[in-house]
Every structure is written in structure tokens, then in C-alpha cells.
Design a protein around this ligand. Sequence first.
Ligand SMILES: Nc1ncnc2c1ncn2[C@@H]1O[C@H](COP(=O)(O)OP(=O)(O)OP(=O)(O)O)[C@@H](O)[C@H]1O
Ligand SMILES: [Mg+2]
Length: 300
Amino acid sequence: MNRDGTNTDGTTAVMAGSTDVGAAADQDEPAMCFDRATLAYGDRVVWSELSMTVPQGEFLAVLGPNGSGKTSLLRALLGLAPLSSGTLDVLGRPPRRGNPAIGYVPQHAGFDRDVPLRGRDLVGLGVDGHRWGFGRLSPADRLRVETALDDVAARPYADEPIGRLSGGEQQRLRIAQALVGNPQLLLCDEPLASLDMRYQQEITELIGTWSRERHGTVVFVTHDVNPVLAYASRVVFVVNGRWAAGQPDDVLTTETMSGLYEAPVEVLRVRGRIVVVGEASGAGFDLDEPHHFPEPVASH
Ligand SMILES: Nc1ncnc2c1ncn2[C@@H]1O[C@H](COP(=O)(O)OP(=O)(O)OP(=O)(O)O)[C@@H](O)[C@H]1O
Ligand SMILES: [Mg+2]
């Protein structure tokens, strides 16, 4: 993220953040509906023919190895990456940039230790990403910022320079920034990266609780499904352009995962944790091999 709260691609870090709640979707409208959706950058097909409907209020875990297109899936939902074929509706409408119904926690590149921004300012950028500093917000918007800080229990360190806070504290503030606009859909790109297990649990619980209490929909990108197993009502696993989507127990099986990786993979359940073993699951899996696009393994 740049110093002004924008991402390196020029988008604002948080798509939420106006008082435009008139755009709220009907609760019966799915949060998202992919229909034979293919996303490509030039010749590079990232995922192909993805079909998946996610009702509002669900917690979708997005899984897959590096470069499999998890961030690209969020970018499609944000209207930042157009599909090359197929369709996508988000809260009943085609994706559009700056949709105030969507809160976004981008994949974290880390804050510079000396960035002149307090936690409170960062959250304030979620209310109005163009104006600088908490002091410029209206009293009503300040109240929203304080509520968001309370929601993530970040008030004790809200006035510290964000670059000096721990990874877990920074992550809470980034989530508050995404929630301050009262979104219906919250997109979190690897919010657990580089956090230890305790912080992983706290962050996951925070987001899961928000979803339950507000009937908000969560799209949660994570390398490890285990921290979100108690919350995820649905998963989509992407590997080399192929995908499998559905309930965790249906997707995270030896059969489905072996089909996805096109190699023998075993899915074990050990003390309530899911462990995927096999050549394909490790770092040795060759992501650069030619892509094949067979029929999806599972679609719901
Ligand atoms: N704007 C872009 N232009 C061209 N190629 C891109 C662009 N964004 C991503 N890619 C490529 O698309 C593929 C998927 O990238 P993406 O960032 O979605 O993967 P990811 O699953 O989020 O990976 P990671 O786990 O490393 O974050 C990668 O090969 C990447 O290099
Ligand atoms: Mg990514």
C-alpha cells in the first residue's frame, strides 16, 4: 500500500466507505454468482469456466497455491479484473469499481516503519480515502471510526504509528478500515499471513463474528484452511486453472484434491485438522507446467 492509502495498482485500499447504503442488495440476492467465468491476463488463463453461487451471509474460503488466481478472484469481484468469458454478478449486479457495499482487505505488503499514519487515520481512510487525517472527518464519521476501532478492539493502540505495531495489530486496523463503511461483502486477501496461531485465531474469529452478527458475506483467501474450518461454510480451491467449489467436506477429499492436482494427493484428518499430503501439495509442485482445463471437479 502507498502512503496515501491506495494500492500500488492505483485502487483505493478499501472500496467501502461512503454513506451510500442505498445500494444495499436484497437479502435474497446471492452475494456472488460466477457462471462459466474465465479470467485471463493476455494469454495467461488464470482460472477457467468457474461456476459458483454464494448466498449472502456465507463464509467462503479461497484456497490454492501461489499464483493460482486467488487475488485475481477478489479483483474480479471488485471490478478490477474483467472476465475474458462468462459472467459474474456481485450482490445482484455486474462488478463495478468502488462499490460501497464491498469492504476489501488487500494482501498485505507491510507498512514502512516510519509511515506517518496512525491506526485511527488508517481506519478513517475507509470512510473517505481522499482526505487525509482523522481530524478532517465529520463528527458522524469520527463516531463510525471509533465504533470500527472498538469492533476490532484496536482502540488502545489507535494513535500509534502503524508501522511500529505488530503484524496482528496492523491486521486488526486494516480490517477495521474495511468494516468502517458497513459493507455487505468483505473480501480478505490472506489476512492470516505471517501471524502466529493465536493471532490467526483472533483475526478469524473477528471476521467470523462480523459475518454471523451482520449476516455479512466473507471471502477469505488463505493458504491453510485449518484456521477457518470452524467458520467456512463453503470453499473454492483453485489449482492450475482448475477449480473445485462446494462445502468443505465435499471439496477437501482425497478424490477431489487428486483430481484438482492431477496427481495422487491424500487428505487426512488429524485431530480436527486437515492435512493434505502428496507430491503435489508441497513446494515441489510445478505451477509453471502447461495448463489443462478439464471439466470442473465439483460445482454448486
Ligand atoms: N495484472 C496482472 N497482469 C498480468 N498477470 C497477472 C496480473 N495479476 C496477476 N497476474 C498473474 O496471474 C496469476 C495469478 O495471480 P494471483 O495474484 O491472482 O495469484 P494468487 O493465487 O493470489 O497468488 P499468491 O498466493 O502468491 O498471492 C499469476 O501468474 C500472476 O503472475
Ligand atoms: Mg494473492
